[in-house]
Write a protein that binds this ligand. Structure first.
Ligand SMILES: Nc1nc2c(ncn2[C@@H]2O[C@H](COP(=O)(O)OP(=O)(O)OP(=O)(O)O)[C@@H](O)[C@H]2O)c(=O)[nH]1
Ligand SMILES: [Mg+2]
Length: 224
């Protein structure tokens, strides 16, 4: 009985995700869902990414957290339109569901947007299970989290289209084996492009920015 209820929830989510996907397609907007554990550096990466993309690309952000508008305040400094979603009001969900993203979209003019970034709630498990209608999924793993996380939380790494190994400036101070982490990710998802970067030093940011710009171009051309 309980399984039926869960299936029903996921089926309802999939229907709304498809509606979101259609909306993004109508506007030629590339939607990217950025996911990770809490604190791996999503917002910091997005602040830097937006600054580097403007004015070639017009980004907007829907950001999910259980509580606070901290991330929206940080992201809004870039000048991009930002909508904060707090899941605290409806049970403190540990992920963004498709209908929740849809509500957030009411605050964004998609006709003036090329790239919609969805910063999901910090969690390496639940967000992987909810399609929100995105074109691409990106997982961020920081070098302070341990090389084994892709093996322990494989679904997230399996469903993503790109991976980011963040905070590489900290490597000299840690025992983290970045080659082992990359190999573990490849074990789960052999074809996934991997970007190693630090927002603190800017090292490794350029290939990531080029990748995103290429995807925006592909979306405009209708090939994503
Ligand atoms: N050394 C270093 N610290 C970083 C880097 N990127 C982010 N941080 C720090 O990591 C901490 C968490 O960064 P956030 O960007 O807030 O992480 P987040 O993934 O958005 O966190 P949640 O939204 O709460 O899940 C902050 O103190 C950042 O300054 C980096 O490249 N190097
Ligand atoms: Mg954040």
């Amino acid at each position: 009985m309980e399984i039926k209820v869960v299936k029903k929830v996921l089926a309802a989510n999939d229907i709304m995700a498809e509606k979101n996907r259609q909306l993004f397609a109508e506007h030629g907007v590339l939607a990217v869902n950025v996911m990770s554990s809490p604190g791996s550096g999503k917002t910091t990466l997005l602040e830097d990414t937006i600054t580097r993309l403007v004015p070639d690309v017009r980004p907007a952000v829907v950001v999910g957290d259980i509580c606070t508008t901290n991330d929206a305040v940080r992201l809004a400094r870039s000048g991009a339109p930002v909508v904060q979603i707090n899941t605290d009001g409806f049970g403190g969900d540990c992920h963004l569901a498709a209908h929740v993203v849809r509500e957030g979209l009411a605050g964004i003019d998609l006709s003036q947007t090329d790239l919609l970034i969805i910063e999901n709630v910090g969690n390496l498990v639940c967000p992987a299970e909810f399609d929100v209608g995105e074109d691409l999924r990106v997982v961020v793993l920081s070098v302070t989290e341990g090389e084994d996380k892709p093996l322990k939380y494989p679904l997230m790494f399996r469903i993503c289209d790109a991976g980011i190994l963040s905070k590489t400036d900290l490597l000299p101070y840690l025992d983290f084996d970045i080659e082992l982490a990359a190999a573990n990710i490849r074990q789960i998802n052999p074809a996934m492009p991997l970007f190693r970067l630090s927002t603190k030093t800017g090292e490794g940011m350029a290939p990531w920015i080029e990748w995103i710009k290429d995807k925006v171009r592909e979306k405009r051309a209708g090939t994503v």
